[in-house]
Design a protein. Sequence first.
Length: 51
Amino acid sequence: MKSTLWIIIVVLVVAWLLGFTLLPDVGNIIHAILVIAVVLLIYNLVSGRKI
């Protein structure tokens, strides 16, 4: 499960970076993706699971 969270986080951050550079007009969706990735990262760190 922990590797799955990291895969999701990496995919969301990469999608955010690509969207931010290639499609700057879609700002709200891109920032929502970044927020989801950060929330998943914080959840993973707070839950106490070893990464």
